[in-house]
Design a protein around this ligand. Structure first.
Ligand code: HEC
Length: 480
């Protein structure tokens, strides 16, 4: 239909999104928690007459403004850019469903960024009561950005039965609020709020750990202790909120987790479990390190310690976001659209009439002539099936490498895998993490031939190399 395939060699488009997203998640949660930290810390310092604290806050708010305003905003745009390329059909669904939500979000972003700048530039220029209130306004507006984006993010895993019942009919907008305040909305908001508060603490530890223990020992002791307290809410409430969240996840997806726990070992199912375990362990380590190093011995807490905590937070974020993504597999929008852009409702049609003609990707130009595949293009058809249905999760030679998965398998074995992949639901062990393979027998056979060619290194062509079929096709499209 429309979209060119974005094929990222070796790492795959999913990992590109993942890397940008992890940085963004850290910084954007800090943008909320750090704002609250600035507001409450300024207020506390004023109330308790702590001049020495007040002197350190303008520097901190500059660090805050630069980090959130530059890195936060850039990675935010980076996510849009990469998801728009990797998953245009899914991104388009999100945009069309939530136009009004996005519009509101952009306005709040503008308000938020302006307030962060105003807060920094008015230190010492406004009466302190007014300045504190500016901080409060910032904290509220930045929290509102989460209130909105959280609805759209959680929608992908639990789009709500009301929305699903009209999905694809053009009437989705009537169920905006059911889709927005979907089943995982509230537990996810609670979890993310806890993460925000923790990030406010972690980044403050990073910033204030640079205070000199000798010359500024007293102020360092106060600020490091105060910052480490910010991890307490997560420590107390995270487990409860996590269980609440899981209870709202669809049964079929929750199984991915329990299945992984009972069969820890190999296989994709357990990736969710492994990632969840990593997240729990790193979070527990963070709490331990912060308590024993920062809270008990605040003066001796050094920059290196703080960076270690930050790296652990990075790991925990990567693991949780990864687990959240895996939990939704094989869908991009649960029960509606698969990760490769194929609609669940289009599976039957694709099997009968062909994947190429119904694919959301612009990959079928010139392949067929009055319904028949042009003679020599079988390999090219297989390669395009691979581009259309597999590269959103696999690469040829890198991350989840197809060559590695297939290296010791012959044509019959590959044929068996593909036959299994065509089944949906209980019929296939793959259906838990891969979309059903769709297409006519002719198309599937072409995919098989292409995959077989990958297993023999001498003649195997990667997706990036221009094949003779592709050259021929370009000739056909150009009309010469
Ligand atoms: C939604 C993401 C996704 C899509 C799309 C996808 N796969 Fe997979 N595939 C996975 C995951 C996840 C695994 C398991 C990886 C692991 O075990 O590390 C996997 C594993 C495999 C394996 C190894 C299975 C085994 O039993 O060893 C093969 C073969 C495979 N995929 C082929 C394909 C083909 C062919 C396509 C396209 C028609 C495809 N996949 C599309 C996610 C996907």
């Amino acid at each position: 239909m429309n979209y060119p395939v974005w094929n990222v060699p070796y790492i795959g488009s999913g990992l590109v999104i993942g890397i940008v997203a992890i940085v963004h998640v850290l910084v954007s949660h800090f943008a909320i928690g750090g704002g609250l930290f600035l507001y409450l810390t300024e207020k506390k310092a004023l109330r308790e007459g702590r001049e020495d604290w007040l002197k350190r806050l303008p520097g901190y708010s500059k660090f805050f403004l630069v980090l959130t305003g530059v890195v936060g905003a850039m990675t935010g745009v980076g996510i849009w850019f990469s998801i728009g390329l990797a998953n245009p059909a899914g991104t388009s669904t999100l945009i069309h469903n939530f136009v009004f939500g996005w519009a509101t979000e952009w306005v709040i972003f503008l308000v938020e960024l302006s307030l962060a700048a105003a807060y920094y530039y008015t230190w010492g220029r406004l009466p302190s009561g007014v300045h504190v209130r500016l901080g409060l306004l910032y904290a509220v507006s930045s929290f509102l950005t989460l209130v909105i984006i959280n609805g759209i993010l959680t929608f992908k895993l639990t789009p709500s039965s009301a929305w699903l019942s009209v999905a694809g009919t053009g009437k989705e907008a009537e169920h905006f609020f059911e889709a927005f305040f979907n089943p995982t909305y509230w537990p996810s908001l609670a979890l993310r709020t806890l993460v925000c508060i923790s990030m406010g603490g972690v980044m403050s530890l990073v910033f204030f750990s640079r205070l000199d223990s000798e010359k500024e020992g007293e102020v360092k002791r106060g600020l490091i202790r105060w910052a480490s307290l910010w991890l307490l809410p997560a420590f107390v409430f995270m487990p409860i909120c996590f269980i609440w969240y899981l209870s709202m996840v669809p049964e079929s997806q929750r199984e991915l987790l329990s299945l992984g726990i009972s069969t820890i070992g190999v296989g994709a199912f357990t990736q969710v479990t492994r990632l969840t375990l990593i997240a729990i362990l790193t979070t527990a380590t963070i709490v331990g390190v912060v308590y024993f190093l920062a809270f008990l011995y605040p003066r001796d807490f050094e920059f290196g310690h703080a960076i270690a905590v930050l790296l652990l937070a990075f790991l925990a974020t990567a693991a949780t976001e990864g687990a959240r993504e895996m939990l939704r597999k094989p869908y991009i929008i649960f029960d509606y659209m698969y990760s490769n852009g194929t609609l669940k409702s289009a599976v039957g049609k694709c099997n009968e009439e062909g994947y190429m003609v119904h694919s959301p990707w612009k990959i079928n130009e010139g392949m067929f002539e009055s319904g028949n595949l042009r003679g020599s293009l079988v390999m090219e058809l297989g390669r395009q099936m691979f581009l259309g249905q597999c590269v959103s999760c696999h690469t040829v030679d890198g991350y989840r490498s197809m060559r590695d998965f297939l290296y010791d398998r012959d044509e019959t074995a590959i044929g068996n895998i593909l036959a299994m992949m065509r089944k949906t639901g209980e019929g296939s062990p793959y259906s838990k993490f891969m979309p059903p393979l769709v297409g006519t027998d002719e198309e599937i056979d072409a995919l098989k031939k292409y995959l077989v060619s990958l297993t023999s290194p001498s003649k195997g062509k990667g997706v990036m190399e221009v094949t003779s079929g592709e050259r021929e096709l370009q000739g056909i499209v150009k009309g010469n």
